[in-house]
Design a protein around this ligand. Sequence first.
Ligand SMILES: Cc1cc2nc3c(=O)[nH]c(=O)nc-3n(C[C@H](O)[C@H](O)[C@H](O)COP(=O)(O)OP(=O)(O)OC[C@H]3O[C@@H](n4cnc5c(N)ncnc54)[C@H](O)[C@@H]3O)c2cc1C
Length: 272
Amino acid sequence: MKSKFSYNATVISCIEVTGEIRIIRVRLDQPGFRFKAGQYTMLGLLRDAPRVPEAQPEDNDVEPGGDPMIRRAYSIASGSIQDEYLEFYISVVSSGALTPRLFALAEGDRLYVGGKAKGLFTLDRVPQQSNVLLVGTGTGLAPYVSMLRSEVLANRERRIAVLHGASFSWDLGYRRELESLALYNDHFNYIPTISRPQVDHDWQGLTGRIPPYLEDPTLEELCGFELEPGPSHVLLCGNPAMIEDATGRLERRGYRQKRPREPGNLHMEKYW
Ligand SMILES: Cc1cc2nc3c(=O)[nH]c(=O)nc-3n(C[C@H](O)[C@H](O)[C@H](O)COP(=O)(O)OP(=O)(O)OC[C@H]3O[C@@H](n4cnc5c(N)ncnc54)[C@H](O)[C@@H]3O)c2cc1C
């Protein structure tokens, strides 16, 4: 069966953060892809594309009569003010359909990229003067990297903090870039935490999972602003279990998701 989608982009670099995490840059055949920082688009590969040899057998059975292009959503990590390439921050699901194929890609290989950026997980609903805490697990950092690369820091009226959770310090992709941004922008703070410090002996930073920090006064000191629903908004991205736990704790502090006639100050993007 022929796919109704076709390859329209070329891989221009694959950066291995670890064996399980990659930063992939692609160049579109057609220039002019527009997006807002925080949005996502689809990536796709045909089912007959090779999978990395270490992948597990696939979880999902092939849908009979389904399109042979396997497509999944990925947040764009590149800044929206340049259009030379799109960057994606991807972790492999070893029994997954697409990621073991994406991880087999090398420079020069072809793939499908969705024609449009989608999603409302942007800073559009956050007033210019509100402080923002950007919370992400693993590759849930990607939309925030895009925001920080898209002149969000040019607005000095608000403070911004990134709270990023990973298993180990070596999983903290973009760490050097975020540390540098924090060094040169006193209204931005980068707060990484690792959940498995037992085997990460040199790690001197925060340890433990993200949700308990949302009720810990130490976090407000590290952010440089109060975690109060009036003056500050919170964005949550990545692992749905983290988002559920964090939402419960933030709602107890008075944070609310958007409702029909209420703007909300708690925004989220679940990855699965
Ligand atoms: C809006 C949006 C943006 C996304 N952006 C990104 C991104 O920037 N980077 C990224 O790596 N992923 C992102 N994802 C997840 C991505 O779309 C795929 O779900 C993921 O890459 C797995 O695809 P797969 O085909 O390999 O696995 P599948 O065959 O689709 O999935 C197998 C199973 O693995 C589970 N699963 C999916 N993702 C993960 C994960 N990361 N860790 C553990 N288990 C998982 C799910 O339960 C799923 O049923 C995003 C998802 C959404 C909805």
